[in-house]
Write a protein that binds this ligand. Sequence first.
Ligand code: TXA
Ligand code: MG
Length: 326
Amino acid sequence: MSSAVRPRIIAATSHAAIPAAVAALRAGDLVAMPTETVYGLAADAASARAVAGIFAAKGRPEFNPLIVHAESVAGVRDMATLTAQAERLAEAFWPGPLTLVLPRRPEGRIADLAVAGLSTVAVRVPAHPVARALLAAFGGPLAAPSANRSGHVTATTAAHVASDIGEAVAIIIDDGPAPIGVESTIVGFDGDRPTLLRAGGVNRMAIEAVLGERLAVLAADPGAPTAPGMLASHYAPMAALRLDAASVQPGEALLAFGQLPPGVTNATAIVNLSPTRDLTEAAANLFAALRSLDGKADVIAVSPIPDNGLGEAINDRLRRAAAPRS
Ligand code: TXA
Ligand code: MG
């Protein structure tokens, strides 16, 4: 990360805005970008480390899956499978304030952390010219939640972003107030049944008119999108997890944090989330680590991880992964 004074606020009309933002994103830093709905806190969606920076900046209590933004429908196809219904919605509403939750393509380059380990990905092609210019110049998908501190009011101006999370952001591109001011509408598909997961910028009747059917509604409160913990498909390894393990038992795999524990020679496989005990690095490595240890043992011993900062989110995910399966 650069040591320059943060955040650097650049007017969208400046010729420096897009090149500076692209350089920051390539360095793994965060850029706040205007979209037609709200300001987004963008990071390279392919970099787990950059995405971990989003969670650190927002102070999220858990790893909520993020919306991944693409410049075009072709860019969406690289990371997700568009069902027939999704194709119709994409045709009608993209670019624009609609997010679709779609099956993720395993060969896509999205970091597991961006989708919180889910087999689905929430994607959107934004209409805002600055967001589009940034996506085009960057040349890849950007993960971007709303650019506010978790639990705070959504940021619809550059000043909101600066006061909420400014110190964590390399660059804020200022294009004045976001035109729509509420987040995108989120539609998911439960099999063939299209479901409204969050009310937002595209109204429900317009979506139902295109689909020729009513949307099922999942969230009782339109402001409260599906908690990822409620999703049955939430990624959990096949192996059992033994949390807060002080040592490794014979036949166990080891998910370490910091110094390796006693009994490490017993381990059938080892992944260290962060030898230097850096929680941002550990968050970035978490989902890939669980994936790579799965199948190497029936039980994965997990070293204790401190509960501060991103550690809270890491421990939350580990507890979910360790919980008995139904
Ligand atoms: O307008 C918007 O959508 C803005 C701009 C920046 O694009 N973004 C935004 O992102 O509101 P965020 O992270 O604040 O909200 C995304 C919501 C989360 O609450 C998450 O639970 C849900 O989308 N979500 C993301 N991926 C999901 C998935 N695979 N399945 C179900 N819900 C998902
Ligand atoms: Mg939000």
